[in-house]
Design a protein around this ligand. Structure first.
Ligand code: FEO
Ligand code: CA
Ligand code: CA
Ligand code: CA
Length: 721
């Protein structure tokens, strides 16, 4: 989701805090907002060309790091012969199409609306239905994960629909190894985070008061466009990846798919509704953002900004639910999409406890197309982002997750049970019981050295230290702790962070990287979040004590402070590893802002995608979002360089590699969204002066579409090398 917002409904929440919409309704603000965006785009142009802007509302920053090569790529000086990241740096820019390094190309694998099943009509933006949407690739793809698909698994499912127990055993045994290898066929999990009606319908009326047939239809189409797709892909001989439409693995989880509630909150009174008096089944999942993969072949997909889907026209009469959601408050009045006018389950004044059934990590089995998704309530309820899995020395499973809002926290769950390689079924309920921790980052021996020590504080009402603190804060049960996780973390004095987004554990050395995307409201720094008015975000690395993922203490370090290092006197206070600013510039680092999703390659290099560089909190960063790669160890630690540049108005999601590292996947989300930098729309992308821009993907005739792309080296090399 666009970096400037915690919500995705009105433009003021979407992309730019400086611009204030006087009304709640997007329609009432649209014209004014577009003018605002056009002004910004003119300023951006001037910024990129180095021209002055008379009367600009903010200071235009000088030119970025100058390219040194004739082909426009940046200079780059490798200092570490062991560093295999040798791709030519992509310069920051505003191209109409994706830019990849010299020697690479990309193809579109699947795009919004593509039918997932044989016999369906091709997508037509002017003839959408809820029924079709539930069987098409959904909107605004975020999480992207790749899973190997061995021939014997593929053939068995095609013939028999499910695996026999002995086959489940061998799949579980071999999966971790297969995950690192080439696979002609593969499965992919791709989230559909949220919808933007104006970018989906020519005449969007779903967000207006009323419940006409057209409004109800649009709302139901939006609901079905949420969730997740599982798709089968095939790698061709030429290295390109294509979607396999007739695969029995293809499936959609949407906003209406039955999902089982598991873990400590299953059946709890506060999760019971009139439609589900048992409190065990819920329809759908919403706002699924970054997530993670388990070694037993499931995807963990995280509900993030679930609050935006609920209206509350008569004010919530359920005081208990309201109190427990005080730290993720539902809205008063209408929601931005007004689904509650078509489906009363989204109206908190009628169904207050429906709200308690969202904000969880959902687990879905990739290899069983008939499996029921599970909401794993033991991992708490907040705006989950990322679910990175690591196996502790004891065999317990650790799951790291951020809570993406300003001044929120970083969490870790440690299972009670142990991981059993070779038993997919035995691992099935591992995430239903364990301890949820929240991180406290403390100053180490030397204050203000951007590194320190830390503790994982157990959010456990039975813990001898945490329990009294939680009870003093008013918690009376562990269920309340899990429903009101943020409130419990407050009571334990966790460290408020600058919007924790993705969290990932390195498969090479076990370091944990946390992306902090930005926080322009920070006025009081702490050592782990050292910049007031943090416009560009930073990366924190965390090392568990004794290299044990079940440890309750850790050390930490600030790895990168984002921004443009080429400004005079390094005025944005950037940091690239331990390089001095002169060394960083000499090595050829790229400017970067608004770090969001991350993934590791098999050399232990970190790959980062960004969300919101164009606006970057109004300071005029001005470049399309992109993908960057950086070594975290060795002499080139901190030499962060741009690998890919997106299209106007989109953020880049994913990122992900195939097992053999020869395909790189990412998902440009909301291309040409006016709230993220294009003054036109997905239907008619425009330059500020009205000049039409091509729709994306290139060749689209109706509308620009969120899509999944695959990048390859033209000679089949590993990506980046
Ligand atoms: Fe959905 Fe925090 O990005
Ligand atoms: Ca995002
Ligand atoms: Ca994100
Ligand atoms: Ca990730």
């Amino acid at each position: 989701m666009a970096a400037r917002q915690e919500d995705a409904v009105t433009p003021v929440q979407q992309s730019d805090e400086e611009w204030e919409c006087p009304e709640r309704s997007l329609d009432e603000c649209q014209g004014e907002y577009i003018q605002h965006v056009m002004n910004r785009k003119m300023e951006r142009r001037a910024f990129l060309t180095g021209a002055a802007v008379a009367g600009a509302a903010f200071t235009v920053t000088p030119a970025l790091v100058e390219p040194a090569h004739a082909d426009g790529s940046y200079r780059y000086r490798r200092r570490d012969p062991g560093n295999r990241l040798t791709f030519k740096t992509v310069p920051p820019g505003n191209n109409a199409d994706i830019v990849v390094p010299l020697g690479y190309d990309y193809n579109v694998v699947i795009r919004w609306g593509d039918p997932l099943f044989p016999g369906m009509p091709e997508f037509d933006v002017d003839h959408q239905t809820p029924e079709d949407a539930a069987r098409q690739f959904g909107f605004n793809n975020d999480l992207v994960l790749w899973y190997p698909l061995p021939h014997w698994v593929r053939n068995t499912i095609r013939r028999h629909g499910r695996l026999r127990p002995i086959q489940e055993f061998f799949l579980g045994l071999f999966l971790p190894g297969l995950q690192q290898r080439s696979s002609k066929y593969a499965l992919m999990a791709i989230n559909h985070e949220y919808t933007t009606g104006r970018q989906m319908f020519r005449d969007y009326v779903g967000n207006l008061p009323g419940n006409s047939a057209e409004q109800a239809k649009q709302r139901r189409i939006e609901i079905e466009n949420h969730g997740l797709s599982v798709i089968e892909v095939k790698k061709r001989r030429n290295g390109k990846t294509r979607f396999v439409r007739n695969s029995p693995f293809n499936r959609r989880i949407t906003g209406t798919t039955p999902i089982e509630i598991r873990g400590p909150l299953r059946g709890h009174e506060l999760l019971r509704t009139a439609a589900d008096p048992t409190g065990t089944m819920v329809d759908g999942m919403f706002n699924n953002c970054a997530g993670g993969r388990t070694p037993w072949g499931t995807v963990l997909t995280c509900e993030e900004n679930f609050d935006q889907y609920f209206g509350n026209n008569d004010d919530n009469p359920d005081a208990e639910s309201k109190a427990l959601s005080a730290r993720v408050p539902g809205r008063g009045g209408a929601s931005g999409r007004r689904w509650e006018e078509t489906d009363p389950r989204f109206d908190l004044s009628k169904n207050p406890r429906e709200y308690n059934r969202f904000g969880y990590i959902v687990e879905i089995d990739m290899y069983n197309p008939d499996s029921v998704p599970m909401k794993r309530t033991a991992m708490g309820r907040f705006k989950h982002e990322g679910a990175s899995v690591a196996i502790a020395k004891s065999g317990q499973v650790a799951v790291y997750s951020g809570d993406d809002a300003r001044f929120e926290y970083v969490y870790k769950f440690v299972s009670k049970g142990r991981y059993h390689a070779g038993s997919r079924l035995a691992n099935g309920d591992l995430l239903d019981e364990g301890t949820l921790y929240v991180a406290q980052f403390n100053v180490g021996d030397t204050p203000e050295d951007d590194r320190g020590i830390g503790k994982w504080l157990p959010l456990d009402i039975d813990d001898p230290v945490s329990g009294p603190l939680l009870m003093t804060a008013g918690f009376s049960s562990q269920a309340e702790v899990l429903i009101n996780t943020r409130g419990a973390a407050d009571a334990l004095m966790a460290t408020p962070m600058d919007r924790p987004e993705d969290v990932e554990v390195s498969p090479v050395d076990g370091r944990v990287i946390i992306t902090l995307t930005n926080n322009s409201r920070r006025t009081e720094p702490n050592e782990a979040n050292p910049r007031i008015n943090n416009q560009h975000g930073h990366l924190v690395e965390l090392f568990e004590d004794d290299d044990d993922f079940a440890a309750t203490t850790f050390t930490w370090d600030i790895f990168v402070k984002c921004g443009n290092p080429a400004l005079p006197n390094n005025e944005q206070d950037t940091k690239y590893g331990e390089l001095s600013n002169e060394e960083a510039l000499a090595a050829g680092v790229s400017p970067i802002s608004d770090v969001d999703n991350i993934v590791w390659d098999d050399d232990g290099n970190l790959w980062i995608s960004t969300d919101g560089q164009f606006f970057s909190d109004g300071v005029g960063f001005g470049q399309n979002d992109g993908v960057f790669a950086v070594p975290v160890a060795g002499r080139d630690r901190g030499v962060l360089r741009q690998f890919l540049s997106g299209v106007p108005g989109c953020e880049i999601c994913g990122p992900e590699f195939s097992g053999d590292q020869r395909t790189f996947f990412c998902a440009p989300q909301h291309p040409h969204d006016p709230r993220s930098g294009d003054p036109g729309s997905a239907f008619e992308p425009k330059e500020p002066d009205g000049t039409p821009l091509p729709r994306w993907p290139v060749g689209e005739t109706q509308i620009s579409k969120p899509s999944l792309i695959a990048v390859r080296h033209l000679r089949g090399r590993k990506i980046g090398r």
